[in-house]
Ligand binder design. Structure first.
Ligand code: BES
Ligand code: ZN
Length: 462
């Protein structure tokens, strides 16, 4: 009955799902948190695990030095079609707050949700180890059944995506020949909903800054100096309070340069989506969108820029009280960029705004990393039509094209340095709790994700 090779490969995916899960669990057990240097050896271990696994299915695979955590580069020749560069990341976000996890984040398990769906629970299950392994398992199945891949594939699996891909930009530029391909495939995005597959055609850019406000040259007794000495925590709070106006707009001068309004037809489409605050925010216990007053919720989360404080610290936070005026106060901030906003200009505008809020006696110091621009991919790439057809076959429902509010910094460099358009296909769901405690990936996302890549690889060769 099943005569086409792709059908045999799909059958092999189904019968081998338990083993696929075991391999994913082995990767999930490695705590490869990239932002925290205490986990550097685990990041290297995750890269080595991938190298071993890819070598075991015939890839020429190595862990390559980048100046930061290693990047895995693995190659396998294929048919006469286009050569694909697959990108994903093996690093994961920190697990804090640890006490909010129901079971330890690096002890993966399968749980059954109240509605009966099976879920893989672990840090990285969805973002991005589970998604990376959908592609690896698809390659494994093609090779097991037919002895080869329908198209040539190079995998680039990095270990610093969650900390801004700091060293990968130089790595890509220095290894153009090694990474040469005809198209990039990226698996680090989501579905429209649990029944509807999606191809993401836009991402927001990002600028990440850490800064401190410094006042006195040492911590002071608040009885002796209180009332006279500038308190940097107060000053930092004023700075933070000045970022947004009462209308929800970001009040940093120059911030909106390069931000464009949506074309009327897209705006009309988006109105038609009727995404409500009850539906979107209700799921996380909120009700009231805090973005620009005159914008749709869907604009706020995908086509408008943001400025969020992600962490703030300073002074005494131990048990009991300590009567001190601290000498420093710190904050971490990220800004999401859209349209043609320039990361360097936005960073400089933010820095100037902070400086302008501070009184004499206080100064700010900044520790930023390079940012990335927003990304808009062409809708008419031939690969998009092929992938849409393959996804539609797998899910029995037309794959939609969507914009995402998240960021994947390196994708812009695939175009700029390697000349590649990127096909962004992923199987994460909105309720996967990515970056949060109790991250999960639906078993269905994993299983049908593997099957989807089997079909996309086949479609690319056609
Ligand atoms: N997988 C996400 C990107 C993403 C999020 C795509 C939501 C689609 C929907 C990726 O791993 C991520 O979290 N990126 C970071 C980049 C940052 C640390 C530079 C992000 O967006 O915060
Ligand atoms: Zn992430």
């Amino acid at each position: 009955m099943t005569s086409r090779p792709v059908d045999k490969v799909l059958a092999a995916v189904d019968s081998g799902l338990d083993q696929s899960l075991e391999r994913l669990f082995a990767l999930l057990r490695i705590p490869s948190v990239s932002t925290d240097s205490a986990y550097a050896a685990h990041c290297a271990a995750a890269a080595d695990w991938l190298v071993q696994d890819l070598a075991s299915i015939g890839f020429a695979a190595e862990a390559r030095a980048t100046g930061g955590h290693p990047a895995v580069v693995a190659k396998s020749p294929g048919g006469s079609g286009p050569h694909a560069l697959f990108y994903g990341h093996y690093d994961v976000q920190p697990v804090d707050p640890l006490d909010m996890w129901e079971t330890p984040p690096f002890e993966p398990r399968i749980a059954t949700a109240p509605d009966g769906t099976k879920q893989i629970l672990a840090r990285g299950a969805s973002d991005d180890k589970g998604q990376v392994m959908t592609f690896v398992e698809a390659c494994r199945a093609w090779k097991a059944v037919t002895g080869s891949l329908p198209v040539g594939v190079t995998l680039l699996i990095e270990g610093e995506e969650e900390s801004g891909s700091k060293h990968l930009f130089d790595f890509v530029r220095a290894n153009k020949a090694d990474l040469a391909a005809d198209v990039a495939l990226v698996c680090d995005t989501g579905m429209w909903d649990r029944a509807t597959p999606a191809i993401t055609t836009s991402l927001r850019g990002i600028v990440a800054e850490e800064f401190k406000v410094v006042a006195a040259n040492r911590d002071l007794h608040s009885g002796v100096y209180g009332g006279a000495a500038a308190n940097p925590i107060h000053m930092l709070s004023k700075v933070i309070a000045s970022i947004h106006g009462p209308d929800g707009r970001i009040a940093v001068p120059g911030f909106y340069e390069g931000v464009e309004d949506l074309p009327a037809d897209i705006l009309a489409d988006w109105k038609g989506l009727c995404l409500t605050a009850e539906e979107f925010l209700g799921a996380v216990g909120l009700k009231h969108p805090i973005g620009e007053k005159d914008r749709l919720l869907v604009e706020m989360i995908s086509s408008r820029p943001t400025c969020d404080i992600n962490g703030i610290w300073g002074g005494y936070t131990g048990e009991g009280s300590k009567t001190v005026i601290p000498s420093e106060a710190w904050a971490k901030v990220t800004m999401r960029l859209v349209g043609k906003q320039d990361p360097v200009k936005v960073r400089d505008a933010f820095r100037a705004h902070v400086q302008a809020q501070l009184p004499a006696d206080c100064r700010a110091e900044f520790f930023g990393s390079r940012g990335s621009e927003a990304l808009a991919l062409p809708w008419d790439m031939p690969v998009l039509a092929k992938a849409r057809a393959a996804l539609t076959d797998e899910w029995g429902r037309k794959a939609v094209t969507i914009g995402s509010g998240g960021s994947i910094p390196i994708v812009g460099a695939f175009k700029a340095d390697l000349g590649l358009d990127s096909l962004l296909v992923g199987f994460a769901l909105e309720d996967d709790r990515v970056h949060s405690p109790n991250e999960k990936y639906d078993l269905m996302s994993f299983h049908k994700g593997i099957r989807s890549w089997v079909r996309i690889l086949d479609a690319l060769a056609a």
